[in-house]
Write a protein that binds this ligand. Structure first.
Ligand code: GRF
Length: 208
C-alpha cells in the first residue's frame, strides 16, 4: 500500500546555475511531480536559479549571512524557519545549495530535507567535496564507476540516510568536464523521479 502525498509545498534551495532546479520545475510542468514548487531560497541573488524561478513565477527569498550580518546565529536560523513557515513548506530539496543548513532548520524539517550529490556516497563526500572537486577526486582515485546519490540531510555533512543511487561508468578518456556532464544528465533525470517516489510513498522519508 502506498501512501500518496500530493499537494505538498516544496522549497528548493540553490546557489548556482540551477540546472537541477530547472529539471524539477519542468518535471512539475509535465506532471511527473505533483507537489507545488512553491519557493526558491538562495544565498546568491544573481544566480541562474533565480532567473529560472522568475521565468516560472516561483517566489524567491534571498537569505544570506551578508544580508543579515547583524543577526545572531539563532536569529539567522530562525529567519529560515519563519520564511519556510510563512510559505507553508512541507519539504525541502537542496539542489546545488552551497551553504550548510543551520541545525534548527534541519531539526524543524527532520527527515524532510533531501540533497543530491554528484558521486556515490559515502565515497567522495564531506567538506570540500562539491562541484568539480568531486569529479577530479573520482578521476584521481581510478575508480571505474561513479554516479549520483540522493540522501536525507542531517547534521552530518553528506552522511544522512541514502535513499537513491544510480551509477555510471568512468571512461578511460574522461576528463572532469565529460564526467561532470554525464553525471549531471543522471541528476536531471532521477532527482525528479526521487521526488515523485517520495510523493507516492515508494521512498520513505519523514513525511510518511
Ligand atoms: C550538482 O552537481 C549537484 O549534484 C550538486 O551541485 C550541482 C548543482 O548544479 N549538489 P546545478 O546548479 O543544479 O546546475
Amino acid at each position: 500500500m502506498h501512501n500518496n502525498l500530493t499537494g505538498l509545498n516544496i522549497c528548493v534551495f540553490a546557489s548556482g546555475s540551477g540546472s537541477n532546479f530547472n529539471a524539477i520545475v519542468n518535471a512539475r510542468s509535465e506532471g511527473v511531480i505533483k507537489s507545488d514548487i512553491k519557493l526558491l531560497i538562495t544565498n546568491n541573488s544573481d544566480c541562474g536559479a533565480v532567473s529560472i524561478a522568475k521565468n516560472h513565477n516561483i517566489q524567491v527569498e534571498h537569505i544570506s549571512r551578508k544580508k543579515y550580518s547583524g543577526l545572531s546565529d539563532d536569529s539567522y536560523a530562525q529567519l529560515f524557519i519563519d520564511v519556510l513557515r510563512k510559505h507553508q513548506i512541507d519539504f525541502i530539496v537542496l539542489a546545488g545549495y552551497m551553504k550548510m543548513l543551520d541545525v534548527p532548520v534541519i531539526k524543524e524539517f527532520s527527515n524532510r530535507i533531501i540533497n543530491i550529490h554528484p558521486a556515490l556516497l559515502p565515497s567522495f563526500g564531506g567538506q570540500g567535496m562539491y562541484g568539480m572537486n568531486v569529479h577530479r577526486a573520482v578521476l584521481e582515485s581510478g575508480v571505474k564507476v561513479t554516479g549520483i546519490t540522493v540522501h536525507l540531510v542531517d547534521e552530518n555533512y553528506d552522511r544522512g540516510r541514502i535513499i537513491f543511487q544510480k551509477c555510471t561508468e568512468v571512461l578511460d578518456d574522461d576528463d572532469e568536464n565529460t564526467l561532470q556532464q554525464r553525471v549531471l544528465k543522471l541528476e536531471h533525470i532521477y532527482y525528479s523521479q526521487v521526488i515523485s517516489d517520495i510523493e507516492n510513498g515508494i521512498i520513505k522519508t519523514g513525511l510518511q
